[in-house]
Design a binder for this molecule. Structure first.
Ligand SMILES: C[S@@+](CC[C@H](N)C(=O)[O-])C[C@H]1O[C@@H](n2cnc3c(N)ncnc32)[C@H](O)[C@@H]1O
Length: 351
């Protein structure tokens, strides 16, 4: 009895503190966005060593008292480290996490944060409960009157935000494929990347596997403004109607934007496009764990599932059982799963 009471008190006490995370849940994202906009990480990187508040303030043209409070919060979040400077003042030092806030650089996630914290992407979150209700409508559509791809086609700035954000993930995740399962590219001479964005994925693969000729296939408004990487061919079109022919097709972070029936339509088009002999479709997507195991990417995968609910009509993250259903319905005879060090896994599916 005594024991139970003690447990209840502890849970009560924990809840009393825990709930504030949700009252002010948005603060972390907003402050990190502010740090990117100000260029705090770049300033310290360019300086070459840690910087005091007065050095940072004069470099960034900021008010020292406000910048000090921002830095105190970012140190608390472990973005920057504090260390004593030569004159007994506190100086701020980069960490691997703060380097990810730099707009350029191999591990940069700045563009992704700027996309997710944009007003366009935040508005649908206010409509999430509307989505979940029986017969609920798409949260993005409710907020903007059209789906995310139609929105991006009509809004150059948002189109760029999406393409730059996707390139961030490609720069982090594609090297994990190169390292984790290079064998899947043996014998693949032509590779079409379906929904390939600005071509970053193929540019990394073509560098790692120089025998590959890459075709980046995406909607015309994406292809039109893509930076055009050397050695990557660009084709504009609609994957529901046609996919360019190649030995193999790669489809990264596209199927999670769509419902099961749409995924089956897309995968059938991919299957039609690939070589019957050496063909395969490489699906690069998250696989949500069904058990309670503690995979370090599990919470990212579950958050992504919520993002799909907010930003797409029928998109979702899938369990292995759900991927199995889609692959069988699309006519694939067998598949392998290559777990790699990333949020996504590689599913190698054969016709
Ligand atoms: C989440 S992004 C992924 C981009 C890229 N594969 C990556 O992971 O870096 C989804 C991509 O699908 C493209 N897309 C959406 N609808 C499409 C369609 N009907 N045909 C071709 N591409 C489409 C979008 O333009 C966007 O580039």
């Amino acid at each position: 009895m005594e024991e139970k009471k003690r447990e209840e008190i502890t849970e009560e006490e924990e809840a009393e503190v825990e709930i504030w995370k949700y009252v002010f849940g948005f603060v972390n994202m907003a402050v990190v966005k502010c740090a990117i906009e100000l260029g705090i990480a770049e300033a310290i990187e360019n300086h070459g060593s840690s910087m005091t508040i007065s050095e940072l303030s004069s470099t960034l043209n900021c008010a020292p008292p406000h910048l000090h409070r921002i830095m105190r919060f970012l140190v608390h979040l472990r973005f920057f480290k504090e260390k004593p400077s030569a004159h007994g003042l506190i100086a701020y030092q980069q960490t691997p996490l703060s380097r990810r806030l730099m707009r350029h650089g191999e591990n940069s996630m700045a563009a992704f944060i700027l996309l997710e914290s944009s007003q366009v992407m935040l508005a649908p979150w206010h409509c999430l409960s509307t989505r979940v209700l029986a017969n609920g409508t798409s949260a993005f559509d409710t907020a903007h009157g059209k789906d995310v791809w139609v929105f991006a086609a009509a809004d150059e700035g948002h189109n760029k935000l999406i393409n730059d954000a996707m390139a961030c993930d490609a720069r982090v995740a594609v090297p994990a494929i190169v390292k984790g399962c290079p064998e899947v590219f043996n014998g693949v001479e032509t590779l079409v990347d379906v929904g390939g964005g600005d071509g970053t994925t193929l540019s990394i693969l073509a560098k790692a596997f120089p025998w590959i000729r890459g075709i980046s296939f995406d909607l015309p408004h994406v292809v039109k403004v893509a930076e055009k990487f050397h050695g990557v061919e660009y084709v504009g079109g609609d994957m529901f109607h046609f996919v360019p022919q190649a030995d193999a097709a790669l489809i990264k972070w596209v199927l999670h934007d769509w419902g099961d029936d749409e995924c089956i339509q897309i995968l059938k088009k991919c299957r039609e496009a690939i070589s019957k002999e050496k063909g395969k479709v490489l699906i690069f997507e998250a696989i949500v764990e069904e058990d309670e195991g503690d995979n370090k990417f599990k919470s990212v995968r579950l958050m992504l599932d919520m993002v799909m609910m907010a930003h797409t009509n029928e998109g979702k993250e899938r369990t292995l059982k759900e991927w199995d259903y889609i692959l069988r319905q699309s006519g694939f005879s067998r598949y392998n799963i290559k777990p790699i060090h990333a949020v996504q896994s590689l599913i190698e599916a054969f016709p």
